[in-house]
Design a protein around this ligand. Sequence first.
Ligand code: NAD
Length: 423
Amino acid sequence: MKKLTAEWDSPLFMQVQAQFETAAQKLSLDENIFNRLRVPDKALIVSVPFRNDDGSIRVVPGYRVQHNDVLGPYKGGLRYHPLVNLGEVAALASLMTWKCALVNLPLGGAKGGIQIDPTLLSRGELQRMTRRYTSEIVNFIGPDVDIPAPDMGTNEQVMAWIMDTYSQLKGHAVAEIVTGKPVIIGGSLGRKEATGRGVVYCLIEASKLLNYKLDESTRIAVQGFGNVGAAAVKKLEKIGTKVVAVSDVKSGVYNPKGLSYQALTDWVNQHRSLEGFPEADAVTNAELACLDVDIVVPAATEGTITPEIARKLKCKILAEGANGPTTLEADKIIEDRGDIFVIPDILANAGGVIVSYFEWVQDLQNYFWTEQEINKRLFEIMSTAFQTIHEFSKAHQVNMRNAALMTGIQKVSQAMLTRGFYP
Ligand code: NAD
């Protein structure tokens, strides 16, 4: 295997590369296709200058990486985090390619990011940085080229500023340039909760498959209480299961009798973190994952399920809400143990991009659907994808991660071979 160029080097890119190589080998992927797919199509690095509240100007690095668009326009989230780098964004872009393909969306894979801690910015600074980043990448994105969406550290408001900046530069409203925006400006009902909801839809399918009950006796730990984690907790409570532990970057809380979604949300809204939440014991993120629970949902960030944690996991199901939460070594340990059913990231968290696709379609048609319609269609796509991947894993004697990757890679590869090579 030829070593990749240093530009992409990052722990997550190496992890995603190794997973791609394993899946490609199992598929006996055409060598030319392999060489093209292991690196992204294009990457743009920008320096984003913006004015701080004190009048000084700060410059931060920003990225947009487009991995593959053979099935349709590039699509992927935008991350604001102090550790964002080109390799991480490239890795996340490639995961988007496989994710869109495996749930049959006519979209390709992309990702973006700015290396910044958004929690340290004022609202004004966040807005000025977002608008300048948008203007720096304006010719790289477009409603039929590349459509950003929220990811870690970004939200509906950030998407609204991107949509407004893009529209100002084009001279007319372009709602379909981003997804995950507020409903009032063309967002979709159900988008905010879609990723967490999709994780739960996968758990419903897994419980049928494993002949496993999802009721008040089911104890669940959710790592991360952001967009994905909080929506998963809300839905898990709604279907009658017991979420006993949740965490954020600062701390975790645990109560074996169960935690209330509303009480947690009210506390976080007031205190900006779970720290100090009453009527629960404090736990670290590592302790949370190893609690005596039935299901663990890592919904925070990559690399949180380390080899040490993998050895100590007590759960029966690991549903990866986050992208890349399980390191390669940890994944191997879990596979060798053989007592944990893993729902891999590109399947478990596909709900977000599915409803983003619905949002884009609604914007293009200027015709909006009911929330009931959206959730019904989301459930249909998620449950079909889950069953397809599971059948594939049985037929090819591979685990769920390889089955999901192989399904996505195979579809992209077939489309590339059918379209042919230019020039
Ligand atoms: P978010 O910023 O809304 O929330 C992240 C949560 O994780 C916060 O509670 C934060 O405090 C916590 N966290 C951050 N770093 C942590 C760490 N090192 N240890 C423990 N907790 C930590 O982000 P999000 O949008 O919910 O995304 C979470 C994950 O899900 C990411 O991996 C993202 O790529 C993935 N994802 C998000 C979406 C989406 O629609 N937002 C879709 C698919 C996948």
